[in-house]
Design a protein around this ligand. Structure first.
Ligand SMILES: Cc1cc2nc3c(=O)[nH]c(=O)nc-3n(C[C@H](O)[C@H](O)[C@H](O)COP(=O)(O)O)c2cc1C
Length: 199
């Protein structure tokens, strides 16, 4: 830490200590509605060009996770018809690993040429990071995962998205088991530099 920063601001300490929790280390309970509302409020503090509010968080809990698992397995079978049944069973069981799965999407506005889709998706990615940080700060475990189902029009439609919207991921949420991994150390080397014109 630079000398000019005498004490670590708590908000920065929280950012530096966040880590993902693998779904197999997630337990009950999931965050209650008040905690989820706070996390969504934090998500909405992300930069948002034009104030379009593109972020959507779809909560899947309880028996709805089984329906999501069936949908994911059906999607995999459609996309890769040769998939063996055992692999489909794994896909089907995925949402059951955590008490809450959140489908995160960008409801894309196409009538705002000044804010192209990639900016709206970037805003939702920033929102998702705030969402993860908020839940982590509240003591919950999270991990942001992807899968081919995110680009499946049938999955999008079932979750209430238009075909032109973008699903950015599945955020698994739960209470972390005590053996959750410690945050990986970060190495800033080579990631940031000052631009020297012409150099
Ligand atoms: C858009 C996105 C999709 C991701 N999808 C996966 C995934 O499908 N599987 C996976 O193991 N990690 C995935 N990750 C990475 C994890 O969320 C996580 O960052 C990684 O396990 C490292 O853990 P950490 O966040 O504690 O450093 C994804 C991350 C992002 C941003």
């Amino acid at each position: 830490m630079p000398d000019a920063i005498p004490t670590m601001p708590p908000a920065l300490a929280a950012l530096l200590s966040r880590s993902s929790v693998p779904p197999r280390l997630m337990r009950d309970p999931a965050p209650d509605q008040a905690a989820l509302d706070l996390a969504v409020a934090a998500a909405l503090r992300a930069p948002d060009h034009g104030g379009l509010r593109p972020a959507r968080f779809i909560f899947v809990s309880g028996t709805a996770r089984q329906a999501l698992g069936e949908m994911m397995a059906a999607s995999l079978a459609r996309r890769e018809p040769q998939t063996p049944p055992e692999r489909l069973d794994i896909e089907r069981a995925k949402p059951l690993r955590a008490p809450l799965v959140v489908a995160v999407g960008a409801a894309i506005r196409h009538d705002r040429p000044g804010v192209p889709p990639w900016e709206q998706e970037a805003s939702v990615a920033a929102s998702t990071m705030n969402f993860l940080n908020a839940l982590d700060a509240l003591g919950f475990g999270t991990v942001w995962l992807s899968s081919g189902a995110l680009r499946d029009p049938a999955v999008k439609q079932a979750l209430g998205f238009a075909e032109t919207d973008t699903l950015l991921g599945w955020v698994y949420v739960g209470t972390p088991a005590p053996e959750r991994p410690t945050p990986r150390t970060v190495d800033v080397q080579g990631v940031a530099r000052h631009w020297v014109p012409g150099a």
